[in-house]
Design a binder for this molecule. Sequence first.
Ligand SMILES: Cc1cc2nc3c(=O)[nH]c(=O)nc-3n(C[C@H](O)[C@H](O)[C@H](O)COP(=O)(O)O)c2cc1C
Length: 145
Amino acid sequence: MHTLSYESKASKPLSTVEMEKLLEEARANNNKQDITGCLIYYMGTFMQVLEGEKEIIEALYAKIKKDERHTNVQMFSNDSIDLRTFPNWGMAYYPIDQNNTSKAEFEQFKRNLMLLSDLTFPNNPTALTFWKRMKFLISSPPDIF
Ligand SMILES: Cc1cc2nc3c(=O)[nH]c(=O)nc-3n(C[C@H](O)[C@H](O)[C@H](O)COP(=O)(O)O)c2cc1C
């Protein structure tokens, strides 16, 4: 099996409805192809980790890279793996955006992600790097509060 992780920038702010559509499509496809992972949307930045059979993951990543809903797609880690870190998640999704976020919600978002990173027992360098980068990303709160 294979895993990879990337970061990208949303081309434009995605509405909740647009994001739900993206996720619905992604989860249906991932389910069919036995792909698992996690997607984080943080103030215009996406971070995603994908897990599954190598050819399937590489084909999906090639497709995702061309998706016009985001740009600057940069893979930061990939590994061959024996075990999944997100076995039960077709695509876990954690969004936060300044348009609809209060300070309390932001703090809750951070707590949820920290909890999730503690619960997933990252067992490969890609998953470890994913959580490390996530913590760095959310360590400086946006200057909107
Ligand atoms: C940030 C982001 C994450 C995505 N994640 C997935 C995913 O996990 N699985 C998936 O099938 N498509 C995902 N997509 C959508 C794909 O780029 C593509 O639109 C989708 O697979 C449908 O492709 P098709 O029209 O060729 O079937 C994602 C798109 C973006 C912008």
